[in-house]
Design a protein around this ligand. Structure first.
Ligand code: NHR
Ligand code: GAR
Length: 224
């Protein structure tokens, strides 16, 4: 019997290890995310996530930003490659390049990012060390719609972890990453089920506006 292909097409952008990509690959494979990954695109040829994608028989592309004169021309080329795959959604999963407003406008409302902090805290880079330096007792990760404002789009789902007495950025990052692998597939599932929208810069889940992000504690599972 021929399996009918899941209708929702995802394109995933990576720059590195791709463990969040792997969580999405696994969710698509086990049916919990009713979608398929049409392509994985990296700005770095040596990203291990490309190996993960190849092992899963996914299409891979590399578009190195260093060959382009400016952000506008890189982003225009990147958008062209993405549109070859006509994705319904675009997932940034450890993608390390800030995207221009012109790029964002092409994928607005169907582009997500996972950011390693409890937004709106710690926008940008080196979030784990900054949370430690600030003496926080909690840290975590957020999945949000991507808008023109860096790490500023509406947040759908967050998970927090405790900061422990002898934490360093490496240990803390690992504890956060384990929770990322839970929350990003959950958001991808909701999108693929047609339950997740952005309207007027707000998140709609099941047609209900979220007044604040859904926040999971250390042992909590995402809502169905
Ligand atoms: N683009 C837009 N418009 N909006 C967002 O919310 C985005 C975005 C692009 C990437 C991911 C983000 C993160 O989760 C993201 C969100 C890269 C940088 C960065 O400073 C900052 C935030 C994020 C990703 N990048 C450097 C740059 O000059 C390059 C750093 C490097 O190559 O290592 O682009 O943290
Ligand atoms: C993740 O922690 C992700 O939240 C973070 O990079 C890691 C990527 O891991 N993203 C950013 O910092 C974006 N600027 P992965 O490649 O194993 O998914």
């Amino acid at each position: 019997m021929t399996e009918r292909e899941a209708e929702t097409r995802l394109v995933v952008l990576i720059s590195g290890g791709g463990s969040n990509l792997q969580a999405i690959i696994d969710g698509c494979a086990d049916g919990s995310i009713p979608a398929r990954i049409a392509a994985v695109i990296s700005n770095r040829a040596d990203a291990y996530g490309l190996t993960r994608a190849a092992k899963a028989n996914l299409a891979t592309r590399v578009l190195d930003h260093r060959g382009f004169a400016d952000r506008e021309s890189y982003d225009a080329a990147l958008a062209e490659v993405i549109e070859e795959y006509a994705p319904h959604a675009l997932l940034l999963a450890g993608f390390m390049r800030i995207l221009t407003p012109a790029f964002v406008s092409r994928f607005r409302g169907r582009m997500f990012n996972i950011h390693p902090s409890l937004l709106p805290k710690y926008i940008g880079l080196h979030t784990h060390q900054r949370a430690l330096d600030a003496g926080e007792s909690r840290h975590g990760a957020s999945v949000h719609f991507v808008t023109e404002e860096l790490d500023g789009g509406p947040v759908v789902l967050q998970a927090w972890v405790p900061i422990e007495r002898n934490d360093d950025a490496t240990r803390l990052a690992a504890r956060v990453l384990a929770r990322e692998h839970l929350i990003y597939p959950a958001v991808a599932r909701w999108f693929a089920q047609g339950r997740l929208h952005m309207r007027d810069e707000r998140v709609l889940l099941d047609d209900t506006p979220l007044t604040e992000p859904i926040l999971l504690g250390p042992d909590a599972a995402p809502p169905p």
